[in-house]
Design a binder for this molecule. Structure first.
Ligand SMILES: NC(=O)C1=CN([C@@H]2O[C@H](COP(=O)(O)OP(=O)(O)OC[C@H]3O[C@@H](n4cnc5c(N)ncnc54)[C@H](O)[C@@H]3O)[C@@H](O)[C@H]2O)[C@@H](O)CC1
Ligand SMILES: Nc1ncnc2c1ncn2[C@@H]1O[C@H](COP(=O)(O)OP(=O)(O)O)[C@@H](O)[C@H]1O
Ligand SMILES: [K+]
Length: 527
């Protein structure tokens, strides 16, 4: 799956039109026809009976798609109302041609600030089509806050698809967005605000997009606003434009074919103190499950007994202080390090972190290790290019406050700034690989390589939002680093394996389940 920017989509369209293989009007017709097919596939019951649609059209080509949808639904004997935002005279090009075709069927109604949107109740629409803005949305919305609020209400408050009005319960109109819901920035997954500051957003039950997903469908609040997504083939050539989402690791990267345990590396995971070892134990187990030949957990002497009671295949090593840790790491057969989960935030842990960074070995920095680095410039300066940092958004904000502020800003005029830009800038700033966690997890290197694992829509894994899931991810990366994968490859493969394991388990998942799901995932890769 490849994610396009709006500019890449336009380039592909332009190339098709300039080559003469496809005209703009043909593309628009295919887009509209694909939307009608998608609606009827999504809700087959709408094939029967006399149905009603309200089509909300904007001033550009997104509105043009809307006029096509209106005409085609009308051809299916639907009762269709078209509302146009702005002056009909300002509609040009292919959209104009399709507006004129619609006007030969029926009139249009204005869509101005006084229009609240379709109602729910007697005579209500079955479908509301949001064809206001697509990839051309470029500035805050004006005069649309009540309409957006009312449509969002349809999407938000309809667990059973019905709403009581008077003495009856009426079906709630289904909202279908063309290309993107009209608040969504197609490049960043951020929301374009209303000029008034109102908080309503255009959302949809179903978003029908064209040719390929856009970045905004998977980043930020994209999945939340889009509902379900269908992609319509409008006959554009398949190119290698766009950012590919991660797929399964190659068998060669994860298979264990031959060799001694030391040929598969030795991972060392540093644990927190007494009563704080669970997170590091889960990380260590994940490192072992993903194939590190040996895994050792380091802990303070007082925590040895409790760790020993919980661990078998994972070795234990008491670590008294920084000097002792230096001695542990003098063993060059230790090929990767991990620390942070449950570690602690005192000077003692800061000293241990300093030694781990000094070792110059491939190292995963997670959780408390990230917080220690965020508040100590000397430690931060020791982060090196063999490190992988795995922040969630809170940790990211502490580590990279300026980048985080840009990421949190709403979509605005000009270029928009997404998790992809943020991870790339953060990696360049700190000089190490950064994995920014979320449903869409972005991995970036200091040299500008970037990848995205999109656990959204059919691959959504909301059950990963559980305490300790991130600790397991860090362990998977440590294990793959120990096996000599590069920081980028280890982070990418671990992110995919992690989400895939969660996807297979589904509801009820807790972090402790995750390491033991890895063998099944590896087996399916033929590893
Ligand atoms: N170009 C093509 O051949 C195709 C385009 N397609 C459709 O065309 C869309 C892109 O069309 P456009 O480039 O015309 O862009 P849009 O229709 O998304 O929006 C651009 C229009 O909205 C105005 N606008 C932007 N932000 C606004 C705001 N906040 N308030 C008021 N007006 C605002 C712009 O001035 C411009 O008139 C796609 O999303 C897709 O739906 C599809 O039909 C596939 C083929
Ligand atoms: N809704 C979600 N969809 C997909 N992945 C999620 C979701 N919520 C959390 N995750 C993943 O779960 C992990 C949580 O990590 P983190 O926030 O560090 O939690 P913890 O510190 O409890 O381990 C990350 O890998 C993140 O990408
Ligand atoms: K739209």
């Amino acid at each position: 799956m490849r994610l396009l920017t709006a500019a890449e989509m336009r380039e592909i369209e332009m190339a098709a039109m300039e080559s003469g293989s496809m005209s703009g009007i043909e593309l628009m017709e295919r887009a509209g026809a694909g939307v009608v097919d998608a609606i009827l596939e999504e809700w087959p019951e709408l094939r029967h009976g006399r149905r009603r649609a309200v089509v909300l059209c904007g001033p550009g080509n997104n509105g043009g798609d809307g006029f096509v949808v209106a005409r085609l639904l009308s051809g299916c004997r639907w009762d269709v109302e078209v509302r146009l935002l702005g002056d009909p005279e300002s509609v040009t090009g292919d959209a104009r041609a399709n507006l004129d075709r619609w006007l030969r069927i029926d009139a249009i109604q204005p869509l101005d600030a006084s229009y609240d949107g379709p109602v729910c109740g007697e005579g209500a629409a079955d479908i509301v089509v949001d064809a206001l803005f697509g990839i051309g949305l470029s500035r805050p919305l004006e005069g649309l806050e009540t309409l957006a609020f009312n449509l969002e209400d349809f999407v938000d408050l309809s667990p059973d698809g019905l709403r009581p009005v008077g003495n009856f319960k009426w079906p709630i109109p289904k909202v279908v967005a063309l290309d993107v819901p009209s608040s969504l920035c197609a490049d960043s997954g951020k929301v374009f605000p209303h000029a008034s500051g109102a908080a309503s957003r255009f959302r949809a039950h179903l978003t029908v997009t064209f040719h390929k997903l856009k970045r905004g469908h998977v980043l930020g609040v994209g999945p939340e606003l889009c509902g379900r997504v269908r992609i319509v083939d409008i006959g554009l050539a398949d190119t290698d434009a766009g950012l590919p989402t991660l797929g399964p690791p190659a068998r060669g990267a994860v298979a264990k074919v031959e060799g001694h345990k030391y040929d598969h590396g030795h991972a060392f995971v540093l644990s927190g103190g007494v009563g704080k070892g669970g997170a590091a134990r889960m990380a260590a187990r994940a490192a072992l499950r993903v194939g590190a030949g040996l895994v050792t957990l380091g802990c303070e002497p007082a925590a040895l007994t409790e760790n020993a009671a919980q661990l078998n295949a994972i070795m234990l090593r008491a670590v008294t202080d920084a000097t002792d840790l230096e001695q542990v790491l003098a063993d060059m057969r230790i090929t990767a390090l991990g620390l942070g989960p449950g570690l602690g935030l005192t000077d003692h842990e800061a000293a241990l972190l300093r030694v781990m960074l000094d070792a110059g070995r491939p190292t995963v920095l997670d959780a408390d290790a990230l917080s220690l680095i965020a508040r100590d410039d000397d430690l931060r300066a020791q982060v090196h290019k063999r490190c992988v940092l795995t922040p969630h958004r809170g940790e990211f904000a502490r580590l990279f406050p300026d980048i985080s502020e840009r990421l949190d800003a709403p979509a605005g005029e000009g270029a928009t700034y997404s998790e992809i830009d943020a991870a790339r800038d953060a990696a360049s700033e700190i000089g190490a690989t950064v994995l920014l966690k979320g449903p869409a997890t972005v991995i970036a290197t200091p040299t500008g390589r970037v990848a995205i694992n999109a656990a959204v829509y059919g691959h959504a894994v909301p059950w990963l939002a559980t305490a300790g899931a991130g600790d397991v991810l860090s362990g998977l990366i440590v294990g793959l680093l120990a096996r000599d994968l590069s920081p980028f490859d280890a982070a990418c493969d671990a992110a995919w394996l992690h989400a895939e394991a969660a996807h297979r388990f589904g509801a009820g998942l807790i972090a402790e389940d995750l390491p033991d799901l890895i063998p099944g995932v590896l087996a399916s890769l033929g590893a």
